[in-house]
Design a protein around this ligand. Structure first.
Ligand code: CA
Length: 389
């Protein structure tokens, strides 16, 4: 029998990896003490911590499936997210007004980041114990060990300062946590105490979390009072620059024949780049530095577009008007859950229908696609959804 790499890693944990981990944690301890972290904070946090080999497996198994931008938007900017976001805008209206006053950042953008990062706090609880996760990847990870050592040290500093108790530090294996999914170094740099209790608590304080998001966007170049951009229409045979970075004045774009998506003249906007997230045959957008601020939060244009479009919808503006270059639309989270229920009715085991598409659901989609005579994509799209009605 051939052992797969993760299985091999598990079997060898008892010997070499365990010894490596132990000596690595002692060197982390010396480094932490040298950086002003007390021995008691370190020992209290790391006592009994063993490496989590499952994390090394996750680190090494990058998803092979590249999510199309229309799938990404369909799940992140669905009607449920818009409705919940509007409820949050109303529930936290006075905090958000104070945040706008203090940071000059639009409340709709702040709430959009909150919704995408942690589903308005619903995803904050649980997750992996950061000191364990980060020491595992810092000591035994296959890459970027120095980066994760830095995140581990920042985690210890957060505990040392008294911002958070160790047990609150739970998040992704790579270290993102709290309402805003900050990395620990980002937390140290940009988190703020907005409720005035003296602690920067992005796990249990919504004012701290939302103000920290606004601070992040502001520090990333947010222009107060400006829009992120808007959807546009480009003329046939357009030849000219494109890309987020190639920013030009609105006059420049007007002269190129670009209009708003409804055909009207471009309205005032700071310098903007022409974003074509799915190429020339998909929707087009002019995007300003406020789009770039969302991009800074998580370096993917599809992410920044999700934040931007969600912020518009929270304001009551329409979502994307143009057609994506596909005949197989993306599904909302409710539709993904319904797709799983339809697969279960067909006899497939996809686990609990929760709208999260994992390996079991993908395998079931592939199988049912073959039976239905559809191309085998394994992707939760509109075609397979409709065919299973
Ligand atoms: Ca606080």
């Amino acid at each position: 029998m051939r052992l797969t790499a993760p299985l091999l890693a598990l079997l060898t944990l008892s010997s070499a990896a365990r010894a490596d981990f132990g000596s690595c944690v002692s060197s982390l301890r010396s480094a932490a003490i040298a950086q002003g972290i007390s021995a008691s904070t370190f020992d209290r946090t790391m006592s009994g911590v063993e490496p989590d080999m499952k994390i090394l497996e996750l680190m090494n198994n990058q998803p092979e499936f590249k999510t199309p931008v229309w799938d990404y938007l369909a799940t992140l900017v669905d009607d449920q997210k818009v409705a919940e976001g509007r409820a949050m805008l109303s529930r936290h209206a006075s905090t958000l007004a104070r945040i706008e006053q203090a940071y000059g950042v639009d409340r709709h953008a702040v709430v959009a980041v909150w919704g995408v990062e942690s589903d308005f706090g619903a995803l904050v609880k649980g997750g992996r114990f950061l000191p364990q996760a980060l020491s595992t990847v810092a000591c035994l990870g296959s890459r970027r060990r120095d980066f994760f050592k830095g995140e581990f040290m920042a985690t210890m500093k957060i505990i040392e300062r008294g911002d958070l108790e160790p047990e609150k530090l739970r998040g992704s294996w790579a270290g993102a946590f709290g309402h805003t999914q900050f990395m620990p170094t980002t937390y140290l740099r940009l988190a703020v105490d907005f409720d005035g209790d003296g602690r920067r608590d992005l796990v249990d304080s919504i004012p701290d979390a939302l103000a920290s998001t606004a601070n992040y966007l502001k520090k990333s170049g947010w222009i107060t009072g400006a829009r992120w951009g808007y959807e546009v229409s480009i003329p046939d045979g357009y030849s000219g620059p494109s890309g987020r970075g190639a920013k030009q004045s609105i006059g420049f774009w007007s002269a190129k024949g670009i209009t708003k998506v409804d055909g009207s003249a471009l309205s005032e906007l700071p310098n903007a780049g022409l974003l074509l997230p799915a190429g020339r045959n998909g929707p087009a957008f002019l995007v300003t530095k406020n789009f770039d601020a969302a991009y800074a939060y998580n370096a993917a244009e599809s992410y920044a577009l999700a934040i931007s479009v969600l912020s518009d919808r929270l304001r009551g503006r329409p979502g994307v008007q143009g057609d994506w270059p596909t005949d197989d639309r993306g599904l909302s989270r409710a539709e993904r859950k319904e797709l799983q229920e339809r697969l279960i009715r067909r006899g497939y085991d996809v686990g609990k229908p929760d709208g999260a598409i994992g390996a079991m659901t993908r395998a079931a989609i592939k199988d049912v696609e073959a039976k239905l005579g559809l191309p085998q994509t394994g992707r939760p799209g509109g075609k397979v959804f409709d065919a299973l009605k």
